[in-house]
Design a protein around this ligand. Structure first.
Ligand code: ADP
Length: 481
């Protein structure tokens, strides 16, 4: 089986969040089970720098106003197809915006180009290659499925994976004329969305199957509270909607071999975590003592509930705990956390920025990771936490609810608890969960039992990859039926 994945991000080449981790790890897990993936990605500078350019496989003399080329490349065990279109992708900054984070005004053009190329490849644009299934990730790739539906690849099975329904790719109706879709596509069952054009909406409409990254989130997005305006469509397509929880790359995230750690460790040598904790204390300028050390590794946004954390910060510090926060995002939230660190010198530390290595060290040295998200399609940091013995304290929503076993009395006495859940998403509930965590932490034997229980959990891609394969097979069977 041959899968063509289309994505705007892929680890380790270009990453802004969990999407990249997924598109980087899933092909490797699928390959182990006999499914080959080629992944189409934009030729951002970060991608072109990391791969060797090869002979062009397909060329466009004029794609949205410039020349574009598809070439093959491989990197980190990934089989890539790169869409090199300098006028669209050769820019400084991130994949979606400039260095201060403002979205590029022509993102609609950039990701329509990516999607157009994806649909072309599905239709046979590259010699001797016909994917059995096309798998589009998030709104940036979603239009692939619309181009397929209204073009020669309409008979090729397709999957739309929603990593976060909050990001939809909505644009004005004025762009429609430049997308190269037939007039019939500007309709309720096509790309039209509240009078404009909706990329994710179009993908949800056209996909043979829809997946999202946890069973709970798959349920949640059928309701107005989580559906972000798409709950009606998602509900209509409920029969084709699947929740498949993400795994993590257990080769990169392995405390026994992780090159980023000061001290490697296993379930049997948890005491080695102390050396990593010391580095975290130094980097965050925290006092060195025996009190519980909580961490946060996150985009600093409303979705992630960082305002909930800010409101609980003083009370958390009053329990005697310390907190290290790594992240970047909303200026107001960054400011509030910096102010918290200034109020609690040595007990609250914040580093604004993105630091992959430090994120590994934090998971390897801190006692617990706080994830107070308002919604969380899957969440990866709790999975890293489980694998590293950094006990997750999470809001009971989406993938967080599906992957962490709350330490209620029954779970504790049965020895199966792996973390703490709280509900509703409020500062009081977060504080209660932190206090529950601290109570268990004071019983060192109970705490290490919980750490080991988390470390034993299967957070690999194996089971989830098997579920994707089952889905791909069912779609291919539908094609030939
Ligand atoms: P989302 O994709 O919504 O941001 P996830 O939990 O699914 O959230 O994935 C976030 C990913 O980004 C994880 O791999 C996490 O470790 C990483 N990450 C988030 N913020 C930072 C940061 N400031 N520095 C390093 N890694 C970060």
């Amino acid at each position: 089986m041959q899968v063509l994945a289309v994505t705007p991000e892929i680890f380790p080449l270009i990453k802004t969040g969990g999407l990249a981790d997924v598109t980087g790890a899933l092909p490797v897990a699928l390959a182990k089970q006999g499914v080959a993936t080629k992944t189409l990605v934009p030729g951002y500078p970060q991608v072109l720098k990391a791969v060797e350019t090869s002979a062009p496989l397909h060329q466009y003399p004029a794609m949205h106003g410039g020349k574009a080329t598809i070439f093959a490349a491989s990197s980190a065990g990934l089989d890539l197809l790169v869409l090199d279109a300098p006028h669209l992708f050769d820019r400084p900054g991130g994949p979606y915006g400039d260095s201060i984070g403002a979205d590029w005004p022509d993102n609609w053009r950039r990701f329509s180009a990516l999607s157009f190329a994806g649909a072309d490849i599905a239709a046979g644009a590259i010699a001797k290659y016909r994917p059995d299934v096309v798998h589009a990730h998030d709104w940036q790739a979603a239009l692939t499925l619309a181009y397929m539906r209204y073009g020669p690849a309409a008979g090729t099975p397709s999957v739309m994976t929603v990593h976060n329904l909050a990001f939809q790719g909505r644009f004005g109706a004025g762009i429609f004329g430049e997308l190269g879709l037939p007039a019939a596509a500007m309709s309720l069952d096509g790309v039209e969305y509240y009078g404009g054009v909706g990329y994710l909406k179009a993908g949800l409409q056209a996909a043979w199957a829809i997946t999202t990254v946890s069973p709970t989130y798959a349920q949640e997005i059928r309701s107005p509270a989580f559906g972000m305006g798409l709950d009606g469509l998602v509900s209509l397509r409920a029969a084709d909607l699947h929740g498949i929880v993400n795994g993590i790359d257990t080769a990169i995230w392995d405390p026994q071999t992780d090159i980023h750690l000061r001290a490697k460790y296993s379930q049997k040598t948890l005491k080695n975590r102390a050396a990593n904790r010391k580095v975290v204390e130094e980097r965050f300028r925290l006092v060195h003592d025996d009190s519980p050390l909580f961490c946060v590794v996150s985009r600093l946004t409303w979705q992630k509930g960082i305002d909930i954390l800010v409101a609980a910060l003083d009370d958390i510090v009053a329990t005697g705990a310390r907190i290290a926060v790594l992240g970047s995002g909303d200026a107001a939230l960054e400011g509030a956390l910096l102010a918290g660190a200034a109020r609690h010198v040595g007990r609250v530390g914040i580093i604004i920025g993105y630091d992959e290595e430090l994120s590994h060290l934090m998971q390897a040295g801190c006692d617990a990771i706080l994830i107070p998200s308002r919604f969380e399609p899957c969440g990866l940091t709790q999975l890293y936490g489980l694998r590293y013995g950094c006990v997750p304290v999470v809001a009971r929503t989406g993938g967080l609810a599906d992957t962490v076993i709350d330490a209620n009395e029954a779970a504790l006495s049965a020895g199966v608890a792996t973390g703490f859940q709280f509900d509703p998403e409020s500062s009081d509930a977060l504080l209660d969960a932190v206090k529950r965590a601290i109570a268990v932490h004071t019983d060192r034997a109970a705490w290490s039992t919980m750490q080991r229980q988390g470390m034993k959990a299967d957070v690999s891609w194996d089971r989830s990859a098997a579920k994707y394969i089952e889905l791909y097979r069912s779609l291919v069977a539908r094609r030939t039926a």
